[in-house]
Design a binder for this molecule. Structure first.
Ligand SMILES: [Zn+2]
Length: 184
């Protein structure tokens, strides 16, 4: 088990666009394992590779934290047997439907939460670490995490979805996070 430090808002790596995974190396497998450990340790429901400083297109989701009714569809060997965690390599969002507004946070923004509007249904296709296809479609919180983590691979953060008014409201707390992050 290895927990890696989570990069905090203000760290430029969070704004980089991640590059596709071309092959599964031992280092990539280790990264995936460490991301799962890091997510569990931080009590998160998802974590994207850039959040531990690796700009590759991979994220992990804590499926054990999702209620069964949030799963609309799933397919692929890595989703058989109800796994607690899922590793998605080179994910693509292939469907977004409806709208939900709810409280959202991010492990890269400690103790900062705000209401964000997201699609209510999200479907993602990806591969697992063995290159086998997987697909997952969820609603509610599962849809929210699937798209939130995907955003990280594009260098997009949840605060980018806030209204100008809310952004202004949180400005001082964001400034402080940024200053603390750059002081490290
Ligand atoms: Zn996040």
């Amino acid at each position: 088990m290895a927990v890696r430090p989570i990069r905090i808002y203000g760290d430029p790596v969070l704004r980089e666009k991640a590059r596709p995974v071309e092959e599964t190396t031992a280092a990539l497998r280790r990264l995936a394992e460490d991301m799962v450990d890091t997510m569990i340790e931080a009590e998160g429901i998802g974590l994207a590779a850039p959040q531990v400083g690796e700009t590759v297109r991979m994220y992990v989701v804590n499926l054990a934290a999702m209620r069964p009714e949030l799963f609309l569809d799933r397919g692929g060997p890595s989703l058989e047997g109800d796994p607690d965690h899922l590793v998605l390599v080179n994910p693509r969002v292939v469907k977004q439907e409806g709208e939900q507004t709810g409280e959202e946070g991010c492990l890269s923004f400690p103790e900062l939460y705000d209401k964000v509007t997201r699609p209510d249904v999200v479907r993602v296709e990806a591969t697992d670490l063995d290159g086998r296809p997987l697909e997952i479609e969820g609603c509610g919180l599962l849809a929210r995490v699937l798209i939130h983590e995907f955003d990280h691979l594009e260098g997009v953060l949840f605060i980018d979805h806030l209204s100008k008014f809310r952004f202004q409201f949180l400005r001082n707390r964001l400034k402080k996070l940024k200053a603390d992050s750059q002081a490290d």
